[in-house]
Write a protein that binds this ligand. Sequence first.
Ligand SMILES: [Zn+2]
Length: 96
Amino acid sequence: MAKIHDQADYDRFQKKHDDLYKTEGFYGLIPGRLENEFSVSRCDICDDGTGGPRYIVTGATLRPGNHSFIVCIDCYHYAAFGQLDDQTMIDLDLNP
Ligand SMILES: [Zn+2]
């Protein structure tokens, strides 16, 4: 967890997800499989390049086409559960 240190960081993180939903017309993100156990490639959604695992998530939409993204563990958690992992939420005292 390198990029989210406080509520303001978390608000910015959430806005990137909200903007993606609006721009692409997604009504959700479907968490998929592990793509890479360790990578420093930038996350397709939050643009963070902190080393860690990368996962595939797919935008839920009725539009045809490929709506898959390779994302960091934070975006994966957010896609799956609507918040970061529990310990991070507690440690940083974040409002979900
Ligand atoms: Zn991310």
